[in-house]
Design a protein. Structure first.
Length: 421
């Protein structure tokens, strides 16, 4: 297998483009916020919570998602949201993750005291405060870069930055939050599909309005939740709205369903990126009888994704935990993704629920798959290139160039030739 020192994986600049705010709390923070909010937890110490809720392994995706009931319940005030966002940014910066896109469903946190705008402003305030503190320590820039012949043992990292992705839910019920309870009650004669449609469309409109009328760093729109039985087409109007207003789009697809879910995300919802995409190559998961040649269908879908550089946000640990049939990580479809030269970036999904970090995800990759130095670098840089960076195209190019220069210098320091195939 590949051999890259853990110290190098820690030192290299990284991104996390698939990072759930409510799945990435510090355990101690969860306990403290629960006491403040008088929320009764299944256990009041970290060991107990790891045993009963945030386990090393889960039966399936539903058990994996059960812990979010506890995390969201303590994130119902602006101070709590700001604290969780701030700590998440600081935890990422500690392992040289230089750019994060934090996603969450605001409708899970809205209540009589907290509007959509106030929810987003609280999260943005926490992330912004962390960014300013992190960058005040000193950052690498092209103008301050040492000469190619020089040696700088104390390399400064690129600037830390962030974006916020607003997430709509494929499915919810009145128990999910005060907002969803009110919405469901107000539409007691509507079908489930209609209520799902109302919620995501309203969220899309609110997201576009906030993005255009505030300095909150909203950079994208997402769809999450159970795929089976809740197709992307139910949310077509919401994604058409954000698409028409030039907002970037990422969609959870292929996590617990097959290639058809990924196809819908791309063709119906205009997805720029795919969250997970784990079952992209699984012909046996195709259920539409109209698809007479599943193998050809998958080949065409893979080629389309490759040609259009639709990036796949791969979450190795999360997939291993929620897919009982995945006996060993070496069987993960990321091998085929790399072999087909897809644009792939590694993400944590949920730092708490999956007990992982971005560094850990890269370590798992290099311990279980043969990855060349060039492939590793490409994967890292794809994270920056395919991010929903808030600046304009030229600003993003300059930022990415800074990251590439820094990556090369770190690789050189560790004796790694990042051009090696």
């Amino acid at each position: 297998m590949s051999t890259f020192p853990k110290e190098f994986l820690e030192a290299m600049p990284k991104t996390d483009l698939h990072l759930h705010l409510d799945g990435s709390l510090r355990l101690q923070t969860l306990i403290e916020l629960a006491r403040e909010a008088k929320v009764e937890l299944p256990a009041w110490d970290e060991a107990g919570l790891k045993e009963k809720v945030f386990k090393p392994q889960y039966r399936d995706l539903n058990e994996y998602l059960a812990g979010f009931a506890w995390t969201t319940s303590v994130m119902q005030t602006a101070p709590a949201l700001e604290r969780v966002a701030y700590e998440l940014a600081m935890d990422n910066a500690a392992e040289n993750v230089r750019y994060i896109e934090v996603r969450f469903a605001p409708q899970l946190h809205m209540n009589a005291q907290l509007s959509f705008r106030e929810v987003l402003e609280a999260v943005d305030l926490g992330l912004k405060r962390a960014r300013n503190e992190i960058n005040a320590r000193g950052v690498y820039s092209v103008s301050s870069a040492p000469s190619a012949e020089g040696d700088n043992p104390d390399l400064l990292p690129p600037p830390f930055d962030y974006g916020i992705i607003v997430t709509a839910m494929r499915y919810f019920n009145s128990q999910f939050s005060d907002y969803f309870a009110t919405l469901t009650e107000a539409h007691e004669h509507a079908t489930e599909e209609e209520i799902l449609h109302y919620a995501s469309l309203e969220l899309a409109r609110a997201t576009v309005h906030l993005r255009n009328n505030s300095d909150v760093r909203v950079v994208g729109f997402d769809l999450a939740g159970s795929e089976a039985g809740y197709p992307a087409a139910d949310h077509l109007a919401a994604f058409q709205h954000v698409h028409e207003h030039f907002l970037n789009k990422t969609v959870h697809a292929g996590e617990a369903y097959g290639p058809e879910s990924i196809f819908q995300a791309i063709t119906k919802l205009h997805a720029d990126r795919i969250g997970h995409g784990f079952h992209l190559f699984d012909e046996d998961r195709i259920t539409d009888p109209a698809i007479e040649d599943p193998a050809r269908y998958v080949r065409n879908l893979v080629d389309y994704i490759a040609n259009n550089r639709i990036t796949i946000e791969v979450c190795l640990t999360s997939n291993l935990q929620t897919s009982p049939h995945l006996d060993q990580l070496s069987d993960h479809s990321i091998r085929k993704m790399i072999d087909n030269r897809l644009s792939v970036t590694l993400c944590t999904d949920n730092r708490l629920v999956s007990h992982t970090t971005v560094t850990n995800e890269f370590q798992l990759l290099t311990e279980n798959f043969d990855v060349t130095p060039k492939q590793l670098k490409n994967m890292v840089i794809y994270g920056f290139k395919r991010s929903f960076f808030e600046g304009d195209y030229n600003e993003k190019r300059d930022y990415v160039r800074t990251v590439i220069n820094y990556y090369d210098r770190v690789a050189k320091k560790f004796g790694i030739d990042s051009t090696q195939d």
